[in-house]
Design a protein around this ligand. Sequence first.
Ligand SMILES: [Zn+2]
Length: 76
Amino acid sequence: MKHYTKEELELYRHGQMSVLGRVTCASHLQKCEECRELLKELEAEDDFVKELRSSLLLFESVAKELPKAKPQTATP
Ligand SMILES: [Zn+2]
């Protein structure tokens, strides 16, 4: 059985395969645990990247707010 590569599954995930390619891939995925796992991995990586991005955005917005915050003056 021919397995799909990460690159091919990426194309599949993003709908960048031809219709025939997608149909073939979908039916392969139904039968093939290995490729389903690989696809899951890609999705997990995606979630990780999204999370990373959102925490970066959060960090950026916090960093922007910081200069506005009153500096804490140390009492002598
Ligand atoms: Zn496979």
